[in-house]
Write a protein that binds this ligand. Sequence first.
Ligand SMILES: C[S@@+](CC[C@H](N)C(=O)[O-])C[C@H]1O[C@@H](n2cnc3c(N)ncnc32)[C@H](O)[C@@H]1O
Length: 215
Amino acid sequence: MNIRNILFLACFVFFQSSCNFFINPENVPLLPLMKEGNYYDITINGIHFGGSRSWIERWDIIKKSYDYRGLKVLDLGCFLGFNSICIKKYRGAQSVTGVDYQSLDQAKILAQAFETDVNFIFANFDDDNIDYEALLGFDYDIVFCMSLFHWVHNKDRFLAYLSKFNKIIFEGHQPAEVEIERFKKLGYQSKILGTSYTGVHQMTEKGRTIILFYK
Ligand SMILES: C[S@@+](CC[C@H](N)C(=O)[O-])C[C@H]1O[C@@H](n2cnc3c(N)ncnc32)[C@H](O)[C@@H]1O
């Protein structure tokens, strides 16, 4: 093997390991069945779960963007909870609460597999009787609202809730200028953190900008 091949192999191994999440091998059977066609594309312990959005790409943006150590984090529309789990396990958040109106069973199993504790709450932001304060409170240092706003029907009420927080990490379906304008009206400044793409195999597909809104 010549030096070029060795270098190539080293880069390949580094790239593979940097795209991989490792959990205790004994916990691998706990991983829920994540089939092709899933939302997240992720590799755990070398097992590749295919999906339409690269989790590592988004995680790379999120993890570098903020110092989460010691913070109380709220993850709205948490889905499988990867964000909640990774912030708690790898970024030292004091506590993380993930909220969604889909079953949180898989998210709970994943948190167990990653040996971390996340508080998962079932809630529908379009429930007419939702009492945000009673259910979720406002005692969070930073809130994630990623690829959720588009799906919430009662946008005014949801925005009124969101605007109680000083720091929001947001990913919308609209171009960055539109989202920035929306939050500017609510008194927020903004910082673009990065862009992630839908369709891992077609990087030309529409990108979504991840933005920190802060007061
Ligand atoms: C596209 S996924 C985004 C998941 C995650 N935030 C991310 O960016 O990786 C949208 C999530 O929002 C949740 N969701 C949509 N409408 C909701 C509502 N009215 N109340 C609570 N959760 C909702 C969905 O169940 C889904 O898990």
